[in-house]
Design a protein around this ligand. Sequence first.
Ligand SMILES: NC(=O)c1ccc[n+]([C@@H]2O[C@H](COP(=O)([O-])OP(=O)(O)OC[C@H]3O[C@@H](n4cnc5c(N)ncnc54)[C@H](OP(=O)(O)O)[C@@H]3O)[C@@H](O)[C@H]2O)c1
Length: 296
Amino acid sequence: MHIAITTPTGNIGRELVRILQSDTEYQLTLLARDPSKLATETAAGATVQQGDLVDADFLVTATQGVDALFFLIPPDFGAEDFRGYQNEVASNGVGAVRENYIKHVVLLSSVGAQHAEGTGPIAGLHDAEIAFRETGANVTALRPAWFMENYLPHIETIRSDGHIYMPLAPDARVAMIATTDIARAAVDALATPPDGFEVRELLGPRDVTLEEAATTIGEVVGKPVQHIQVTPDQARAAFLAMGIGESLTGLWLEVMDGFNHGRVKPEFPRTEQATTPTELSTFVASNLKPAIQRPA
Ligand SMILES: NC(=O)c1ccc[n+]([C@@H]2O[C@H](COP(=O)([O-])OP(=O)(O)OC[C@H]3O[C@@H](n4cnc5c(N)ncnc54)[C@H](OP(=O)(O)O)[C@@H]3O)[C@@H](O)[C@H]2O)c1
């Protein structure tokens, strides 16, 4: 099977390619802006098509002759209209699916994508689900929960004062998943196309409160760690200071509010298929702790 993969240098994409390359059944075409980041994958037999996902012609040319497409809309942190940007990238993917009669698309969506509004950047993934569904191709929408990797930007304050500052309530209960488990689910999805459109929610091993998550992080890191809820205004100032644009900043505040008020949640009850194995403690031990211990 010939598979085209977007964002092969990202959290999910890189792991997805690594797993697929351990199986000789797959021929891989990787769509990337900078092929020099994919030397290992190229040496292992993948073809790289160089280009940008905002380029509609690039997507059509790069996906000619493929049987399946893994499609992820990467963040453009500075986009003036973030939802408009998401819709543009999705529309380019849809154009490639139609033009090249691609039979199966695995779309990286999100928990909460059943809602058209009120979920921040997830609403753009709601739009993408509909746009790909309308192509008539077989489409698997993967809807992962909150990424455990979202803790990585907090290593500095965990290291300095043992605090994680977020505009999320300490008692907000969320499902958390490691991106390695999303990549494994994408491999399964590519191997088992649906007949039509399907949603697969991916919810990590369990739901936890932000307070419980901070306690787990502290236990693994070896010092007390506390979740501190900041106000939306404080969070806005922090996002803007990090260089995040006004549009995405507003959407992030909306999604955080959605988590706090239970608006952003799975559409379906948790099932065995939706439950993925990597525990937060395992993720912290393998990813967060080494990053915290590395000299600043
Ligand atoms: N964070 C969460 O809790 C959460 C939850 C559910 C769903 N999601 C969704 O998950 C997705 C992010 O997944 P991820 O963490 O695997 O992504 P990621 O690590 O941020 O990877 C994005 C990759 O996309 C590439 N890229 C960026 N802009 C591009 C462009 N215009 N054209 C081509 N390539 C481009 C970048 O590669 P180069 O820089 O090497 O070019 C980068 O490696 C988003 O769609 C998000 O909405 C996130």
